[in-house]
Structure formats: structure tokens, C-alpha cells
Design a binder for this molecule. Structure first.
Ligand SMILES: CC(C)(COP(=O)(O)OP(=O)(O)OC[C@H]1O[C@@H](n2cnc3c(N)ncnc32)[C@H](O)[C@@H]1OP(=O)(O)O)[C@@H](O)C(=O)NCCC(=O)NCCS
Length: 229
């Protein structure tokens, strides 16, 4: 199902799935996905989800794409084939996704992250401490970002080393890897440096933190992934 797959360093894989539009998915198609892929807990969460149809479909496809990415990762790294219902996608209180086995299994599972934008679902998996991923459409306007750039970011922007969108994506990917999400607070995650396709992000609460965000080349998208080892 993945449209593009990337290997990032020795530890991480990123799957990008393009889903044309969410609208064509009918209730019947959703019910079929639920039956095929979700565990009982996940099905309950799906049924309880208070959201419009597009968001419900986005949530559902997010679980499916994450499970597919985890399955492919296990096949590749552990030579183990699994079915979607052998694993369950969990969620921390802050909203960060995780994955667990539904019955006892000694094989280690990867850390995971998810991002979506219209018609695009991105799942990242890694054998690492944590992973965070973010994606934006390359033609998205983000004028508000320019007003909150730090002095260093302004310089990087003027030198053409970051764009407004790459800044948002780097900050969001880093914040997701830490497990807190951006929460609208772009200033909390300053970009301090760039090198090649990487942005280096820190946090104002912990300036020792050095988070590397790799940018992947996908047509019409700005896609960043942050692996914490
Ligand atoms: C919660 C947040 C992660 C949502 O991000 P978003 O850009 O709206 O949506 P994305 O598609 O990138 O990511 C959503 C996914 O992130 C994951 N996520 C949610 N909270 C998370 C957290 N605390 N840590 C890590 N991942 C998280 C979830 O899997 C979620 O998808 P799901 O609800 O279908 O499971 C958060 O960072 C946020 O509030 N962002 C607001 C956007 C913003 O501030 N933009 C400013 C730019 S102008």
C-alpha cells in the first residue's frame, strides 16, 4: 500500500502512503478495514471516536498504515510475518502512538510515529529510543511562522538554509519524537543549525537536547523524520 518507502540511517524506515482523497471511502469500506485490521480495543476506540467522517477515516487509515509499516519492518529485520491483529496501536495521554503485541511475543517492537496531511499518511518506525515524523504539502503557506523565528532561524532563512515549512516540519517532528507534540508552540523548539538535508533542533526547556531532523525527498511534500537513539 505504501507509495514511497525510505530507510533512514541504520535504524528507521518511513512509509508514505498517498490516499488520493478520503471522501471516496464509504461506510462499508471503513467497516471492512475495521473488521480486517483492528483489534477489539482499537475497534472500540474507532466506534467511540467523536469526529467527522473524514477525520474518522484519517484515524482509521493511520492505524492501517502504521500496522503495515510495523509488519514490513518485522519482516525485514526479524524475518517474521505477522497479521494486523497481532499488534495494537496504543496512545499515550499526550496522544503519541505506540505499538504492543496483543498476545505474548518476545520479539521487540519498534517505536512509531504518524503524520497526515490531505491525502497523505506517513508512518515512521524505528529500533530506537523514539521517532517523530511530520509532513506538509509543499505549497502550503505558513506566514505566521515568519513572525516567530528566532534570530538564528531568521539568519538561516535569509541564507536559504531553512524555509518556513521546513522549520515547522522540523519542529513538529522533533516535538513528536520527544512525545509532547508542538501544541502550537513553535518557539519552544528552536532550530540551531542545518547541514545538508538535516535541521538540528533543540528545546528551550533543555538546551542540551540535540535533535536531528532528516528531510526526505517526496514530490510535492515537505517530510521530516527525527530519530532519537
Ligand atoms: C498533536 C500534534 C502532534 C498534532 O499535529 P498535527 O500537525 O495537527 O497533525 P499530524 O498529522 O502532523 O500528526 C497527528 C498525529 O501525531 C500523533 N501525535 C499526537 N500527539 C502526539 C504527541 N504528543 N507526541 C507524538 N505524536 C503525537 C498522533 O498519532 C496523531 O495522529 P492520530 O491522532 O491519527 O493518531 C501537535 O503537535 C499539534 O498540536 N500540532 C498543531 C499544529 C501546529 O501547531 N502548527 C503550527 C504551524 S503553523
Amino acid at each position: 500500500m505504501a507509495t514511497y518507502s525510505f530507510v533512514v540511517g541504520p535504524l528507521a524506515r518511513v512509509h508514505v502512503t498517498l490516499v488520493a482523497e478520503l471522501k471516496p471511502y464509504t461506510e462499508e469500506a471503513a467497516a471492512e478495514f475495521v473488521k480486517e485490521s483492528l483489534t477489539d480495543n482499537e475497534t472500540k476506540t474507532w466506534l467511540d471516536l467523536q469526529a467527522n467522517t473524514a477525520r474518522k477515516m484519517e484515524w482509521l487509515l493511520g492505524r492501517i498504515v502504521l500496522k503495515e509499516a510495523v509488519s514490513e519492518y518485522l519482516l525485514e529485520t526479524q524475518l517474521t510475518k505477522i497479521t494486523a491483529k497481532q499488534i495494537e496501536i496504543t496512545r499515550t495521554e499526550a496522544g503519541a502512538p505506540g505499538v504492543v503485541w496483543t498476545s505474548e511475543n518476545p520479539l521487540p517492537l519498534p517505536v512509531i510515529s504518524l503524520a497526515h496531511t490531505k491525502g497523505v499518511i506517513v508512518a515512521a518506525v524505528a529500533s530506537a529510543e523514539a521517532v517523530g515524523v511530520d509532513v506538509e504539502k509543499a505549497d502550503r503557506q505558513a506566514p505566521v511562522v515568519e513572525r516567530v523565528l528566532t534570530e538564528t532561524e531568521k539568519k538561516l532563512f535569509d541564507d536559504g538554509r531553512i524555509s518556513l515549512l521546513s522549520a515547522v516540519v522540523a519542529k513538529e517532528a522533533a516535538a513528536k519524537a520527544v512525545g509532547v507534540g508542538l501544541g502550537g508552540d513553535l518557539r519552544r523548539w528552536p532550530i540551531v543549525y542545518t547541514e545538508g538535508t538535516q535541521h538540528f533542533v533543540t528545546c528551550i526547556d533543555d538546551e542540551e537536547l540535540a535533535l536531528v531532523v532528516d528531510f526526505l525527498e517526496v514530490p510535492n511534500l515537505i517530510l521530516g523524520v527525527c530519530v532519537i537513539v
